[in-house]
Design a protein. Sequence first.
Length: 266
Amino acid sequence: MQYDKKARELRAEVLKMLFACQSGHPGGSLSCMEMLMALYYEVMKTDPKNPGDPNRDRLVLSKGHACPSVYAILADLGYFPKEDLAGLRQINSHLQGHPDCTKTPGIDMNTGSLGQGASLALGIAMAGKYQKAGYKVYAVLGDGECQEGIVWEAAMAAAHYKLDNLTFMLDYNKLQIDGSNDEVMSLGNIVKKFDAFGFECFETDGHDIDAIVEALRAPVWGKPKFICCNTIKGKGVSFMENQSGWHGRPMTADEFAQAMKEQEVE
């Protein structure tokens, strides 16, 4: 698969969704695209024809507001028709502004209240260990939500219970709704923090799918894994990149046209 081309196609779908509903979160949806592609196209064991397979790997999108990127990938994989993407955030659509596992095929857990996804993923991973199941659990976290105490309680428990079936992936774009992480509440050296909490830690370019896959596949035993993915908020749209103001504002028609042109999509 030509991942550069596929990433542009998927980003175009995200932009179309967000422009149509005139709401949502472009910056953080675009920054985690390659992270999600590495999971869905290369690493996770999933089956669009059997989304409820008890042996499937699970994804918890802790930064639930970035769900348009997951929706674009799920539609591309055949979980539901691509035509459904036009219904983002619309009444009676199964594609709401945050993931809902009771409505959308392929979504494994409801998320939205930041910080809670880490603990939800922890619980799923603990259940897998208890049941001696073979599935793995992946949680995609935002850096702003790592200011939440519940993330660190989950991290402490994950190491204590030796959950080597659990991986935390950080979308480290260094910006959040109110500005930079350092301005709001510095995370310090986030990799060293997770290392101190007992994780096997990796750091990579969050837009290099091969590098992300290498970190995801690196064998780890007896402890959870943490992958710090250095990303760019608003990746792929020049006027959105590294701009905290694009955390959650709608595009004008002119902005949408420019953004689509930059994806090289007619």
